[in-house]
Design a protein around this ligand. Sequence first.
Ligand code: FAD
Length: 383
Amino acid sequence: MNRTVTVVGGGAIGLSTAWELSQRGFTVTVVDKNVTGRGTSWAGAGILPPANLKHSFDPIDRLRGLSHELFPHWAEKLKVDTGIDPGLIHCGGLYLAESAGEIAAMSGMAEYWHEMEIECNQLTSDEIIGRESALASWWHETNNAAAWYVPDEYQLRSPWYLRALASACRKSGVSFLENTDVTDIRCLNGHAEMQYDGNWQTTDGIVLTTGVWTGQIAATLELELSIVPIRGQMLLLKTATPLVHSIINMGQRYILAREDGHTLIGSNEEESGFELGTTDSVLQSLLNFATHLLPELESAEQVRSWSGLRPMTFDGFPMIGRVPGIENLYVAAGHHRSGLHLSPGTAVLIADMLSEMTPRIPIDAFQIRKQQRNTPARSYNTP
Ligand SMILES: Cc1cc2nc3c(=O)[nH]c(=O)nc-3n(C[C@H](O)[C@H](O)[C@H](O)COP(=O)(O)OP(=O)(O)OC[C@H]3O[C@@H](n4cnc5c(N)ncnc54)[C@H](O)[C@@H]3O)c2cc1C
């Protein structure tokens, strides 16, 4: 078997898919409208929360569980094959709560994790300060705060991960067409062709891994309502040494310290269309959040800030699978807040499908075009 596949979009999902396919003997080309690895994936924090495939039932928990199981081997193989360390560290996560609502939400989450046999322990005062002494003043000054520790949480350095994936792809024979915009897709007798550089091209498989831009490629695919960009802003600080070792999570915000003292503060959720950019008010609120928990960060150097567009779907499930009615067109997009984490699992599922194997976890919930299901059907372009 030597089938040709074009992966459109070189973010975490596209590069992972290309790498997996190339290792299974496919001839793969990655086409990206920019340089690869500079889309949303580059902006991501790289938090991989706990998961357990064996004891999960919800489709997204199963995909998370599959990816979580794969990640340590995946990262190690990337390191061995390329010499680039993706920065995967099994650092554990602390989950903090202050208000009654936060405590209720976290208690529910702890219960849910217990049902999936994921270790999550509520900490005593001594335990939290023993684990992260920099949190002592916050802990003592905050009435009724609560904290849980989850050992099975990882951090990943997203830019390093992307660099390693691109290098691994090259080493296993993947070709790259960068600065090449796929501007349209058409379907002839159930077979898709894509347009770039002014020409129509086709391969045995075309996989759209185009993140938030997936709905924009071709109106005929009827995906424009399926993915909504949700902007998230990020602030990077630097201290001489890291102040904390676990990832500090509180609601949707977090503090993630790297071993070299770079400390990421994230994030928020806002609808800004396809516009990237940061705002003073959000960055200030992130800084306030971080210094409230870790007052020592007040003297940290502010290194830089950025934003990224998360590809959100309305039901929280990504779209993974073949586009109905088109034999060679696949989509893997809409991973919202978890695309880095879900990248190995997604790659393996797409590669299973292209290899004509039964996907190793059920993918029914990840159907394509779900939001458009009730809109009148459109006919595909024919030349
Ligand atoms: C602030 C923030 C924090 C995050 N933190 C985490 C986290 O801690 N853990 C986690 O797992 N996830 C996190 N995420 C989410 C994660 O980053 C995304 O889910 C993931 O990056 C999506 O990957 P992707 O490959 O689908 O998209 P992208 O990385 O955006 O890649 C899509 C690629 O497609 C290309 N492309 C688009 N249109 C075309 C076209 N027409 N022709 C050719 N190429 C095209 C783009 O140039 C781009 O390179 C975070 C996101 C943000 C914004």
